[in-house]
Design a binder for this molecule. Structure first.
Ligand SMILES: *[C@@H]1O[C@H](CO)[C@@H](O)[C@H](O)[C@H]1NC(C)=O
Length: 366
């Protein structure tokens, strides 16, 4: 009898112990399969991945407190963590991201960032993780395409795949990511055109696509994204003209279109918009600089260098409230440089290599 009671008590406490502490064996198995396809030779970040309870002190793993399911994988190769300070180095990891990760069906964030050597592709099954909010794989060697049905991730707020080797097009379904706030695909080899339905991304505040091979026009629908504050499409192969509507956006503060093949005129709307960082350098923008500067014109950066602008620098530029860094070099501008109080800090290099500009800070007009 006594043994019986004792046995029941042990079984009970064991089960309670299990439900309170341990992660489900299937989650643990998935993590171990994930680990098995990676190789981290210098820091030993996976040394803690032992024992049955993956929710307890497994480096970079966090579980949901109620469900005990794995909720976050947070592995950053550049971090202040003591593990890095002790080793006096940043992280380096090779291998690939195993599709086993998709068995962790309660995952909310997957951050596998700055390991420099992780290659392979993004597991296609990642788009079937219904609770995923953050997917951050920046700074690896990941190749292949963005999963075509990525748009199924209806809770995704951050998609950061920058600094990898991704190819292929931006999937049309991307525009279905109705929670997306931060899109970073910089420095890959992504080609194709920008999805025309991109304007559906109503929550997006930063869209960074610089350093790819994206061609074709800038869709006018981008201006429907009324929370967009930072648009970086620089160093691609975009052509066509700049949609006038970009200058009418409510909070767009940074617009970088430099290093493309954009032609057509400089829209007047950009001159007195909310934009304070404007880089249109190295395109084929033609025509005059619109004479519409006013008190609303406040630029930390206005770089219009290396285009085909002609005519004179408009007189109204002196009524801009501020222009910090102005670069009008390498165009076909001509005539006297207007005077403005904030012009005092500008150097000759801002105006050089034009057809016939003159006056301070260049040599006096004759
Ligand atoms: C503007 O873009 C050009 C070309 O990409 C770059 O060289 C330049 O540094 C940028 N200007 C500023 C002020 O950042």
């Amino acid at each position: 009898m006594a043994t019986h009671v004792w046995l029941i008590a042990t079984v009970l406490s064991f089960t309670i112990g299990l439900t309170v502490n341990a992660c489900p064996p299937s989650d643990r198995a998935a993590l171990l399969a994930f680990k098995a396809s990676l190789h981290e030779p210098y820091l030993g970040i996976f040394n803690s991945w032992t024992g049955t309870d993956c929710c307890n002190k497994w480096y970079g793993v966090t579980c949901d407190t109620f469900t005990k399911r794995v909720a976050d994988i947070n592995l950053r190769g550049e971090s202040e963590d003591p593990i890095f300070q002790k080793a006096h180095r940043t992280g380096y990891m090779t291998g690939s991201i195993s599709p086993a990760i998709c068995k962790l069906e309660r995952l909310s964030s997957v951050i596998i960032a700055d390991w420099k050597g992780i290659s392979g592709t993004i597991p296609a099954c990642i788009s079937s993780l219904p609770f995923l909010r953050i997917l951050d794989l920046i700074g690896n060697q990941i190749s292949g395409e963005i999963p075509f049905d990525i748009g199924k991730l209806s809770r995704l707020t951050v998609l950061n795949l920058a600094d990898n080797k991704l190819t292929g097009r931006i999937p049309r379904s991307l525009a279905d990511l109705s929670s997306l706030k931060h899109l970073d695909l910089r420095n890959n080899m992504i080609s194709g055109t920008l999805p025309r339905n991109i304007g559906k991304l109503r929550m997006m505040s930063r869209a960074l696509l610089s350093g790819n091979r994206i061609y074709g026009p800038i869709p006018e629908t981008i201006s429907y994204i009324y929370r967009l504050s930072d648009l970086d499409l620089s160093l691609n192969r975009l052509s066509g003209s700049i949609p006038e509507s970009l200058g009418k956006m409510a909070v767009l503060g940074t617009l970088n279109l430099d290093g493309n093949m954009i032609s057509g005129p400089l829209p007047a709307t950009l001159i007195n918009s909310r934009i304070s960082i404007l880089n249109l350098s190295k395109n084929a923008i033609e025509g005059n600089i619109p004479d519409v500067f006013d008190q609303r014109s406040y630029f930390m950066v206005m770089d219009l260098s290396y285009n085909k602008l002609k005519g004179s620098i408009p007189k109204s530029i002196s009524s801009a409230s501020y222009i910090g860094h102005l670069d009008l070099s390498h165009n076909h501008l001509c005539g006297a440089i207007p005077a403005a109080t904030w012009f005092d800090h500008l150097e000759a290099s801002s105006f050089m290599y034009n057809d016939c500009l003159c006056g301070k800070p260049l040599k006096a007009c004759s």
